[in-house]
Ligand binder design. Structure first.
Ligand code: C6P
Length: 399
């Protein structure tokens, strides 16, 4: 699918054509995104919302246009999209701003499969404020134990924050059901959509969540830009996270009044070129269609699973049915870093290690895993190369 749009994919690594299977970490960028960023710097670079001159007006319009494009992409309304630096910052913003209003003993409900970005911010705020973080169990199939989840959702649960797609297991969590249960319980619902928005159609209205966070760099856009969707009335009532320029309406020595949403949450000069690049990424994905992106990712992930199931010595993690576009595994008796290093010699880029999910690793009884993650430019041929390379690793280590 449009491999030729991605200049980096023409590269060779260690003498082999690059098979980039580390997309859950960050995706590659098409020339349309790269050109949008360089066009911004070459022709429009200026600060936004400040200067009354042509360049500043152009930059402001381009930056705001990206808010609108991203809002449309996830079916949010204007004013409901905040640009942050990444998913991590989006969740930190919520941890700070939402927890300011909580009391000691209030609870935050997560799951055992969360990425550190959706765990450490809550844990640290909870430690400071006497809040309690609870974790819904992950069962042997790699799914959230929904009975356990329901048993933890109680009178003191103020916040429920759950990953849409696990970056280790690939599990697609029932976030619509979770958002509804949270709403019925009077809790705020948050979806960590870092691994879903790049790979499938996501509609915040249909999911019914209060907040949803994701990163530009995993969906063909530049690094340095993240997104936080929030229901407008909640954003309006929430205190800001960062203070300074651009997020204010009126400042006196004694106090300040804040700007409207989303700018109340966008203090200081943002990554303007990055936001413009994200707009171009959303245009690109929109032209392909997210249903087609999902279909392609699913086919590759199913194909990879079917091949690796037959590979001797492989232990696979995550559900056997519908999964995100990734697959984690270990080769028995070989450290995941050694596998990744030998695959790299064959030009195959995968991630290995704990994948920023140490508690989940502990739960699985492993210290790390190898992860192959796919995107719209990957092919079955690359998965065949992965399989042959793994067989070579096995040979090296069985000597
Ligand atoms: N996971 C991975 O290789 P940032 O780094 O803020 O853009 O995204 C954080 C994040 C949050 N939630 C989930 C489910 C994620 O997968 C990630 C990023 C990468 O798995 C880098 S650790």
């Amino acid at each position: 699918m449009r491999r030729e749009d991605f200049p980096i994919l023409a590269r060779k690594v260690n003498g082999h054509p690059l098979a980039y299977l580390d997309n859950a970490s960050t995706s590659q960028k098409p020339k349309q995104v790269i050109s949008a960023v360089s066009d911004f710097y070459e022709n429009h670079n200026s600060n936004i919302h400040r200067g009354i001159h042509s360049l500043s007006e152009e930059a402001t319009e381009m930056y705001e246009d990206s808010h609108v494009k991203v809002a449309r992409f996830v079916n949010a309304d204007n004013g409901e999209i905040i640009f942050t630096r990444n998913t991590t910052e989006s969740i930190n913003l919520l941890a700070y701003s939402l927890c300011l209003g909580l009391k000691a003993g209030d609870e935050i409900l997560l799951t055992e499969m969360e990425h550190h970005s959706n765990l450490v911010p809550w844990q640290q705020i909870a430690l400071k404020g006497g809040l309690k973080v609870r974790f819904a169990r992950v069962d042997d199939s790699g799914a959230i134990d929904m009975e356990h989840f329901s048993s933890l959702l109680g009178k003191r649960t103020r916040i429920v924050s759950v990953g849409h797609v696990s970056n280790v297991l690939g599990t697609i969590n029932p976030v619509r059901e979770i958002s509804k249960a949270s709403r019925d319980n009077g809790s705020v619902s948050i979806i960590d959509a870092a691994q879903s928005v790049p790979h499938m159609p996501v509609d915040v209205k249909s999911l019914g969540c209060d907040f949803l966070a994701f990163s530009s760099h995993k969906m063909l856009g530049p690094t340095g830009v993240g997104v936080l969707y929030g229901k407008r009335h909640i954003l309006e009532s929430l205190p800001p996270f960062l203070f300074g320029g651009d997020m204010i309406r009126q400042v006196d020595f004694g106090n300040s009044r804040f700007n409207d949403v989303p700018w109340k949450f966008e203090a200081g000069t943002p990554d303007i070129a990055g936001a413009v690049g994200l707009g171009a990424a959303v245009d690109y994905l929109g032209r392909i269609g997210m249903d087609a992106v999902l279909d392609h990712g699913r086919k590759l992930s199913d194909y990879a699973r079917s091949r690796l199931l037959l590979t001797p010595g492989i232990e696979l993690y995550g559900p056997s049915g519908k999964r995100g576009s990734l697959l984690s595994f270990n080769l028995k008796g070989v450290h995941s870093h050694d596998v990744a290093e030998i695959l790299d010699r064959d030009g195959i880029a995968v991630r290995a290690g704990h994948h920023c999910a140490m508690p989940l690793m502990r739960k699985l009884g492993i210290t790390g895993a190898v992860r192959a993650s796919f995107y719209l430019y990957n092919s079955k041929d690359e998965i065949d190369r992965l399989e042959s390379s793994i067989l070579r690793v096995r040979k090296v280590f069985s000597k």
